[in-house]
Design a protein around this ligand. Structure first.
Ligand code: B12
Ligand code: SF4
Length: 461
């Protein structure tokens, strides 16, 4: 029995972009969902994982499979349907799962034979059994998995072409920010995998550098932090010799022992969502935990960096409170905080989020010729109507933000600072140049977007 598990190419991270700038190699990440599915597939299935971001293969030259499974973020949906259409034309059953299939069930149902919603651990063995018997159901609802049932992912099934491996140690987030789909998809309860499983899986990751995909590595409560410390201790004791990056809240800075243990366990970078430089912006996004009274963010950032952990900060442009000048405002604030990298994104209504419901109700989603338009839902295109910023204005703010933060004087200043602080200056420089070189690529993408979809914003350019 032959099974293809396919990650459709993504406009944002595909190899095409890598050709535009070789730094983008660091943006092609492993599709962990498919490696997890493979980890709970019985050995009588011959599995091939196809990651189209490494280059789409000629499916016609590949042997006919008995089942095709496709994963997709929203931005990958239209490509996913093309792949599904091809295999279905051969009479091969196609099943789809992941975030988009869960949030846009009816649409996905109309393009594939069968859908798995939610986390797949509880239903995947049944899916395979039904496929073997030729009696796939139209819908399987995996809901939330028992965290101890998450299998060891098959890290051996993808080629060694990635800069980073990937692993997951927790699921869920109680914070339910308006723009994010994690709470709706993975639940509000923070679930932690058994530490022994994580260590065993880490050992099977081939890459020296690893992305820990958890949405919030340290959770929100004292017992979560205690468990994070236990995990870091176990990782250090296991002498994994991996360097890894993860995602956390700024609260990461508040516990010196946690930081020391994380660094010992190999933590070299964290991605932190600051989202907005203003309190009103944070309130609008429901990001309450960033509003901790009396927090000195610059000092918090410095505390993390003292452990040789770099910080990439994420901000969102296009909030209702954002006015002309917000782009430069974010760049200045990110520089003031002392961030190593800045990742600015457009406020984007993703299906299944509270933001989606609100914007839909207010008729503020003009880029809506779905499924084709899903390709613009990468958070790198302004797909919505923004309260105080026209299409041209919001694009201008984004460009101004990146040009300011990644200006040559600021890049050099950060380089010198990292040399002075003895903190991986070359990695910092590579990261900064990578973002800087993408500004040109982004400008071209905005021009194409306006050509293709500018008419949706009629009267608002
Ligand atoms: C790691 C990650 C990335 C990585 C790697 C992505 C990759 N190649 O897989 C990087 C950094 C590249 C990335 C980029 C982006 N990401 Co991201 N990312 C994540 C994150 C944090 C974890 C994903 C993960 O690996 N989970 C672990 C696996 C095991 O879980 P899973 O994917 O959910 O898979 C399970 C089920 O969904 C199901 N399943 C999944 N696929 C399939 C397929 C079949 C056939 C079946 C049966 C079941 C099934 O089974 C699995 C086991 O239970 C999620 C948040 C989250 N908690 O999911 C956001 C998330 C997926 N990302 C999101 C977004 C928006 C983006 C970006 C668009 C943002 C940006 N500009 O940076 C880009 C676009 C990239 C793209 N390909 O579209 C959104 C997607 C929302 C949506 N509706 O699409 C999420 C949900 C976060 C959020 N804030 O809402 N991301
Ligand atoms: S943005 Fe981060 S903190 Fe907010 S709900 Fe999503 S995962 Fe949780």
């Amino acid at each position: 029995m032959r099974l293809y598990l396919i990650n459709p190419s993504n406009p944002l991270v595909s190899i095409v972009k890598v050709r535009e700038s070789r730094w983008n190699r660091y943006r092609v990440w492993k599709p962990l969902s498919l490696m997890v599915l493979a980890g709970m597939t019985s050995p009588d299935w011959k599995i091939t994982i196809v990651d189209e971001n490494l280059g789409a293969p000629d499916y016609r030259a590949m042997p006919r499979p008995e089942l095709v499974g496709i994963t997709a973020f929203t931005s990958q949906a239209s490509r996913a349907y093309k792949i599904a259409g091809y295999f279905r034309s051969l009479g091969v059953p196609v099943i789809m799962g992941g975030i988009h299939a869960t949030m846009c069930l009816d649409e996905v149902m109309s393009h594939v034979d069968s859908v798995v919603t939610g986390e797949a651990e509880g239903v995947w063995p049944q899916v395979l059994e039904d496929a073997r018997r030729g009696s796939l159901k139209r819908l399987y609802d995996g809901g939330l998995a028992e965290i101890k049932d998450v299998p060891l992912a098959r890290h051996d099934l993808l080629p060694a072409k990635y800069a980073f491996g990937a692993i997951q140690t927790t699921r869920g987030c109680p914070l339910n920010c308006t723009f994010c789909s994690v709470t709706a998809f993975n639940g509000a309860r923070y679930r932690q995998r058994p530490i022994s499983d994580v260590i065993r899986e880490f050992r099977s990751v081939r890459e020296k550098r690893v992305l820990v995909v958890d949405d919030n590595l340290i959770g929100t409560r004292p017992e979560h932090i205690a468990r994070a410390k236990d995990l870091f201790r176990a990782m250090a004791n296991a002498k994994l010799k991996k360097e890894w990056v993860g995602q956390a809240t700024i609260n990461f800075a508040d516990d010196e022992e946690l930081l020391t243990l994380a660094a010992k366990a190999g933590c070299r970078g964290v991605f932190i969502g600051f989202e907005s430089p203003t309190e009103e912006g944070l309130q609008e996004l429901g990001k309450k935990f960033n509003l901790l009274k009396g927090r000195d963010i610059r000092a918090s950032v410095r505390r993390i960096q003292r452990h040789n952990i770099m910080i990439v900060g994420s901000f969102i442009i296009g909030l209702d409170v954002d006015q002309s000048g917000i782009g430069k405002g974010i760049a200045d604030m990110a520089s003031h905080y002392g961030l190593d990298n800045l990742n600015a994104l457009f406020l984007t209504p993703l299906p299944g989020t509270r933001l989606w419901d609100q914007m839909k109700e207010d008729d503020r989603i003009p880029v809506n010729a779905f499924p084709e338009d899903w390709k613009y839902y990468t958070l790198t295109y302004p797909v919505a109507r923004y309260t105080n910023l026209s299409l041209d204005a919001v694009i201008h703010e984004m460009i101004s933000c990146n040009r300011n933060f990644y200006s040559i004087p600021r890049v050099l200043w950060r380089l010198c600072r990292n040399v002075w602080q003895n903190r991986a200056p070359m990695i910092n420089l590579v990261g900064n140049l990578s973002y800087r070189s993408n500004i040109q690529v982004d400008c071209k993408a905005y021009a194409d977007f306006k050509n293709q979809r500018g008419n949706c914003f009629a009267g608002q350019l």
